[in-house]
Design a protein around this ligand. Structure first.
Ligand SMILES: [Zn+2]
Length: 307
């Protein structure tokens, strides 16, 4: 393991604390779920993926992952989970490890499972997002008549953050999982925190997505010098999960276009393409999302064929 700013004995102590937190968190989740009408907390597992880079991985396939980075000048939080209660668990995990303040909070995109805990981190310097993610967060909150803590620092294409010994590159790849995604690349540690762009062995949510440009964004990500991939959903893994996500979208595109070329209508396309995807992707979580994925692909590519 590479050089580490914390002394070794503190690190050992910290790992014990992390394990203790994990046990507490699972118990806490069960208690919340047992209450009538209580908030359904998502079970999540905390790991120190790289020195000072902690990932809280949702284990249900429904919630989004959260990451925090502890620097010697403060903490960076990436995605705040689906409720303030769950964000409180992220903050609790941080406090098990450090007393440093949370300086930056980053939203990878506007979806509620990534942003609903923002209020817990509002005392930090900035909440950061791509500018269209900020606009969508405010719009959705207005439509649904709910409170929101929107980002107060936005950017268009790229933003670099230096805090302590960590240098993060925030990159908006164009429309992909949504119209305002960002992913985070830390070259020194060869890690990418992908936000919604990568689902690891989970059929992606495509309701706000753009298949063609999502494939392009994943190609861009494949070209980066990275070894560790923190997906938005599912367990942390290596670079093959980026390629795996790309292949799913490319196959969805190819199968749907084959049907369009044959003049097939949507119901026939859904039946045929679902069967084609089942062999390779039937074991992924949320396979039922394939239906809406096919509809989305049919709309995107029939519009392209019509132009
Ligand atoms: Zn999402």
């Amino acid at each position: 393991m590479a050089a580490h700013w914390l002394p070794g004995n503190r690190k050992m102590e910290r790992k014990r604390l992390v394990m203790r937190f994990f046990k507490c968190f699972c118990v806490g989740s069960l208690l919340w779920m047992s209450g009538a009408g209580a908030v359904m907390a998502q079970e999540a597992e905390l790991t120190e993926t790289l020195p000072n880079i902690f990932c809280l991985v949702d284990r249900t396939g429904d919630g989004a992952n959260s990451t925090f980075i502890i620097t010697n000048e403060g903490v960076i939080v990436i995605d705040t989970r689906g409720s303030e209660q769950e964000a409180g668990q992220v903050l609790k995990a941080i406090r098990e490890v450090t007393d440093q303040p949370v300086v930056y909070t980053i939203n990878s995109h506007f979806h509620k499972e990534n942003t609903s805990g923002n209020a817990v981190f509002r005392s930090g310097n900035s909440i950061i997002a791509q500018k269209r993610a900020q606009a969508m967060m405010i719009l959705k909150a207005e439509q649904e008549q709910r409170a929101v803590t929107p980002p107060n620092l936005t950017f268009e294409k790229k933003l670099e953050i230096k805090l302590g010994q960590y240098h993060l590159k925030l990159i908006h790849p164009g429309p992909a999982h949504t119209d305002g995604d960002l992913y985070i690349y830390i070259p020194k540690w060869r890690i990418i925190i992908t936000g919604g762009l990568v689902f690891n062995r989970i059929i992606p949510f495509l309701g706000d997505g753009y298949i063609e440009s999502w494939i392009h964004a994943l190609r861009e990500m494949e070209d980066l010098d990275a070894e560790v991939i923190v997906p938005g959903h599912g367990p942390v893994a290596g670079k093959p999960i980026v390629t795996q996500m790309k292949h799913y979208l490319m196959e969805l595109k190819r199968y749907v276009n084959d049907q369009l070329d044959d003049g097939k209508n949507l119901p026939d396309t859904m039946q045929a393409v679902k069967e084609q995807l089942k062999g390779k992707y039937g074991g992924w979580q949320h396979f039922e999302r394939v239906d809406e994925n096919i509809v989305r692909a049919y709309l995107e590519y029939s519009a392209q064929q019509g132009t």
